[in-house]
Design a protein around this ligand. Structure first.
Ligand code: PMP
Length: 408
């Protein structure tokens, strides 16, 4: 008999199941609002022009090769990545309180951080990792798989399709000191709802008073608003406030290099005597973890991101590409909103334009989601989340009128 005779069938990943159902649908009207990747106005993947340029530079470099990177990854990437999230003149970087490791995109950065916390974070009273409810589903698996206890903080208010501010703050206020709080730096997935800067300040204040540990997930910097500094504001504010914290950074969306798996994990020590030396010790342990998990990270995507981040002219062109992507998404939010208003669709739809980033929680119920799939061949996740990247000038009216029909 197999050693695994008693193994049970795991459920298929709901998102990948949705993608398969979409592909199998023969209708020419079908619309994919499940995808978590940018699409252009023709519903096609988009290689950023600046990425094409960087690839040409890399390939024409006579010293280019496919050797192993060091355990911590491409140094020119990790240092530029730290500057990108923390700011070019960040005191944390100047004071050498940041340890940065290249990882397997954002997922790998979260995993490296989770593994590090599972191994080294003081577990005295076994404080949990708090995830927002809802959150990117993979967060649950990543932290559970390393054996950390999970708790949730309320995040989304159904009535307003906005932030559940009272739920969020009261949960943080009663969280056990030492709890780890996973925060989406911007463009919260799946809701598209972000705290305002004033609300971030209050969150920081509560977390400081309650001695809670921030772990930021930043997967959409620059992709959300088109402004790199604005999308990193919350992280920079927390660092400024003197927190010790972790950051998982992904380059999948903002460079459109999803399959290249480029990302970074950063540990930041609180300012003060001994911070630099502590950071070295933390970094030495992170190196062992990265070595045992992946030996060393992939080179090609790292070279692409590094080439752009370290060249002022390419960096400018990248910012333009970010404005192209975020601008198209913001335009689609507006178009969908305006069409729903024009159709006098029951309900309020302001949240479509006030939410930000790739995703929007429409407020559609599960039966409505199934109905819109069956009758209109429009695919979205069961929680009513739509990917704005799936909308374009050709299908937005069709989607709006389908929403209109299923909510009536
Ligand atoms: N965090 C969040 C919130 C995400 O939405 C994603 C991508 N869907 C990731 C992390 C990581 O993605 P990747 O591993 O492709 O960088």
């Amino acid at each position: 008999a197999s050693a695994f005779e008693s193994i049970s069938m795991a459920p298929t990943d709901p998102l990948f199941g949705l993608m398969a159902a979409f592909r199998a649908d023969p209708s020419d009207k079908k619309v994919d609002l499940g995808i978590g990747a940018y699409r252009d106005d023709n519903a096609k993947p988009w290689i950023l022009p600046v990425v094409k340029k960087a690839e040409e530079i890399i390939r024409s470099d006579p010293s280019n090769n496919h050797e192993y990177l060091p355990i911590a990854g491409l140094a020119s990437l990790t240092s530029a990545a730290a500057k990108l999230v923390f700011g070019g003149d960040s005191p944390a970087i100047q004071e050498k309180r940041v340890a940065s490791f290249q990882t397997i995109s954002g997922t790998g950065a979260l995993h490296l951080g989770a593994l590090f916390l599972a191994k080294f974070y003081p577990r005295g009273s076994n404080p949990p990792v708090y995830l927002s409810n809802p959150t990117w589903a993979n967060h649950h698996q990543i932290f559970q798989n390393v054996g950390l206890p999970i708790a949730q903080y309320p995040y989304f208010a159904k009535e307003t399709c906005g932030l559940d501010w009272n739920g969020l703050t009261s949960t943080l206020q009663s969280a056990e000191p030492g709890s780890i709080i996973l925060l989406h730096a911007c463009a919260h997935n799946p809701t598209g709802v972000d705290p305002t800067q004033a609300q971030w300040k209050e969150i920081a204040e509560i977390m400081k008073a309650r001695k809670l540990f921030p772990f930021f997930d930043t997967a959409y910097q620059g992709f959300a608003s088109g402004d790199l500094a604005k999308d990193a504001w919350a992280i920079q504010y927390f660092v400024e406030q003197g927190f010790e914290l972790c950051v998982a950074e992904s380059f999948a969306k903002n460079f459109g290099i999803y399959g290249q798996r480029a990302g970074c994990f950063h540990y930041v020590a609180a300012p003060g005597a001994g911070a630099e030396e502590l950071t070295k010790r933390v970094g030495s342990q992170l190196a062992i973890l990265n070595r045992s998990e992946i030996s060393n990270p992939p080179i090609y995507g790292a070279k692409i991101a590094s080439t752009v981040l370290n060249d002022p002219q390419l960096f400018k062109e990248w910012e333009q590409d970010l404005r192209t992507m975020s601008g198209r998404i913001i335009a689609m939010r507006k178009a969908l909103y305006e069409k729903l208003v024009e159709l006098k669709t029951p309900g309020t739809w302001d949240h479509i334009t006030s939410q930000i980033g790739m995703f929007s929680f429409t407020g559609l119920s599960e039966p409505q989601v199934l109905k819109i799939r069956e009758e209109f061949h429009i695919y979205m996740t069961k929680n009513g989340r739509i990917s704005m990247a799936g909308l374009n000038s050709k299908n937005v009216d069709y989607v709006a009128s389908a929403i209109d029909k299923v909510v009536r």
